[in-house]
Design a protein around this ligand. Structure first.
Ligand SMILES: Cc1cc2nc3c(=O)[nH]c(=O)nc-3n(C[C@H](O)[C@H](O)[C@H](O)COP(=O)(O)O)c2cc1C
Length: 273
């Protein structure tokens, strides 16, 4: 277990506000998180996939509807195709296991139809959101389980750049949407990865009511922290966090094709009423 003060320091990039806080192995794993983008080809011990899925299925799920599924991709050929659809990210090809997390309304459609029951509720945006939330909660449980086993992971939101093509590669029926991918494998430790600092708690934690303008100080501090972080990692990120975050949302084109998500979802059978 790492020293809590040290981990909090790395998570926020400044000396910790609290040092005397509850701590255990689980919190240690959570606060040690970092995305891994370079993997060894080493395969995962037998039973790992099943353990990750049991952890994922242990997450809460709205009304116990379990409106998510996951496709485990290990074939090099299929990983290559998915990588090409997700901005050519090399770690998708490199990792031994690529999990594609699905918002899955096909199963509910199927069970309702199998009993001759209506399923109009599935046509609403609410049900799509529910399925996407379910998939995200499940995936994050799998991430924590993987990291607790010494594995590395990185989410792949770029899988949403070409949703219909991804659906074809994975043979997805209508009413299923690939929300994101997840690379899983052993980190190539010759490539250093650091814990990426987050916003000060004063920006994200609001007590009783929400305050926006009061966050300015915390954001200014975070800009400094992230500048120092980028320098320490020799990452060439122009401007500060505020600037490049604003650029990320500046125009429809900044969304790498995801500006047509509504149309893609319609094509995949989601009415989103
Ligand atoms: C839903 C989601 C999608 C993401 N998509 C990508 C991606 O396509 N490629 C990538 O390299 N990282 C991706 N990431 C990883 C984030 O960039 C990363 O979590 C963030 O920069 C914080 O860094 P950390 O995870 O190391 O703390 C994604 C993360 C999330 C939660």
């Amino acid at each position: 277990m790492t020293n809590p003060t040290e981990l909090l320091h790395r998570r926020y990039g400044v000396n910790s506000f609290h040092t005397d806080i509850p701590w255990n192995d689980c919190i240690d794993t959570l606060l040690s998180h970092r995305s891994i983008r370079a993997y060894l080809s080493e395969s995962l011990p037998s039973g790992t996939l099943e353990t990750l899925i049991a952890a994922a299925q242990s997450a809460s799920t709205s009304s116990n509807l379990q409106t998510w599924s996951v496709v485990a991709v290990e074939s090099s050929n299929r990983k290559e195709k998915l990588s090409q659809l997700a901005n050519n990210q090399a770690h998708i090809r490199q990792c031994p296991l690529f999990l594609v997390w699905l918002a899955d309304l096909a199963r509910l459609t199927h069970i309702a139809e199998s009993r001759g029951l209506p399923h109009q509720g599935l046509d609403y945006l609410e049900m799509f959101l529910m399925a996407a939330i379910d998939a995200a909660l499940a995936a994050q449980n799998a991430v924590v389980a993987a990291e607790s086993l010494g594995l590395g992971t990185v989410y792949i939101g770029a899988l949403r750049n070409r949703p219909e093509a991804v659906a074809q590669v994975l043979n997805l029926p209508p009413h299923i949407f690939a929300v994101f991918g997840l690379c899983v494998g052993y980190a190539d430790r010759t490539i250093e990865t650091a814990i990426k600092p987050r916003l000060p708690q004063s920006a994200v934690l609001h007590r009783e009511t929400y305050q926006l303008s009061e966050q300015d100080e915390a954001i200014a501090l975070y800009n400094q922290v992230m500048k120092a972080f980028y320098n320490s990692q020799k990452m060439n990120v122009p401007g500060d966090w505020t600037e490049h975050s604003a650029k990320r949302v500046a125009f429809a084109e900044s969304l790498s094709g995801r500006d047509r998500l509504r149309e893609a979802l319609r094509n995949l059978g989601f009415e989103l009423r």
